[in-house]
Write a protein that binds this ligand. Structure first.
Ligand SMILES: Nc1nc2c(ncn2[C@@H]2O[C@H](COP(=O)(O)OP(=O)(O)OP(=O)(O)O)[C@@H](O)[C@H]2O)c(=O)[nH]1
Ligand SMILES: [Mg+2]
Length: 272
């Protein structure tokens, strides 16, 4: 299976992002902390150029925080900052807003000298389903943007206002055409960034099991005992079809779901 998902709405979104970016002071780049490096979209990075970036390592509640620290040097560049976040509890939203203001300091100071209070504009970008709209709602302290646990919920950009001096643009999740590194593509599929309907779940789960056994052998055996592969897990779970055959499709979906719901523990699948 070659994983490739770049529908028309995403291409339109990329064009819109590059247009709206002209008005933006700081980019809020949401990464899925379970795949911090695989969440970087080379196409987006190219468009963003030298604009200041705040990387939000989101879904930190489901990720391996110790391992993530190894990736931080990759994100630390001039005019960038980062923070760990859980968008479903918005208790750190002021921290995000303060970091955005700090990255936009040059503009704020310039306006201050003219006696005007600057309005700061940020754009929230990232792969599908990484929690951009949830983050936007947490900053607004209101459910203004539609959210949902599948890829491709936000279909068009939306400008919203926070307080009296910050405007936020929520964007549709974006990937890039012809993902050449299929290990990256698989990780995007595991976290739910690729439309599930185009995936072969049995193949995906078999690959996931191999990765999990290699990176987190203890977490693997805690949940799946002495199982070695998908067939063993089907037997363990007693997943059989009406014809009495083991149900690999159902087993595959349950394994991926175990990961997505955090039942395997706090995991980060990228490697330095
Ligand atoms: N556990 C956890 N779940 C989160 C977090 N942030 C978002 N979610 C969940 O992730 C799912 C996707 O959230 P959205 O905000 O719709 O994601 P999005 O990036 O806007 O997705 P698209 O619009 O499809 O690109 C939802 O079920 C959220 O509740 C987080 O920090 N931790
Ligand atoms: Mg969204």
């Amino acid at each position: 299976m070659k994983i490739n998902w770049f529908p028309g709405h995403m291409n339109k979104a990329i064009n819109d992002i590059s247009e709206q970016l002209k008005k933006v002071d700081v980019v809020t780049y949401v990464l899925d902390a379970r795949i911090p490096i695989s969440s970087l979209n080379p196409k987006l990075n190219q468009i963003i150029g030298n604009k200041p970036i705040l990387y939000v390592l989101n879904k930190i509640d489901m990720a391996d925080q110790t391992k993530i620290k190894d990736f931080l040097p990759i994100l630390k560049k001039i005019n960038t900052d980062y923070l760990f976040y859980n968008s479903t509890i918005s208790n750190k939203s002021d921290l995000i807003l303060n970091k955005i203001k700090k990255l936009a300091n040059e503009k704020i100071e310039k306006y201050k000298q003219k006696g005007i209070k600057a309005s700061i504009r940020t754009m929230v970008v990232g792969i599908p389903n990484c929690g951009k709209s949830t983050l936007v709602n947490s900053l607004c302290k209101k459910a203004k943007a539609e959210t949902g646990n599948k890829a491709g919920v936000t279909k068009r950009g939306l400008w919203l206002t926070v307080g009296d001096c910050i405007e936020i643009y929520d964007t549709p999740g974006t990937l890039y055409p012809n993902i050449s590194d299929q290990d990256v593509a698989k990780k995007l599929a595991y976290v739910g960034s690729v439309r599930d309907e185009i995936l072969d779940f049995v193949e995906l789960a078999e690959e996931f099991i191999k990765l999990l056994k290699r990176l987190y052998p203890q977490e693997f055996s805690k949940r799946y005992m002495n199982c070695q592969n998908l067939e063993d897990i089907a037997h363990l779970r007693k997943f059989v079809t009406s014809g009495g055959e083991i149900d690999l499709e159902r087993t595959a979906k349950s394994v991926i779901d175990d990961f997505r719901k955090g039942r395997l523990g706090k995991l980060t699948l990228d490697e330095v």
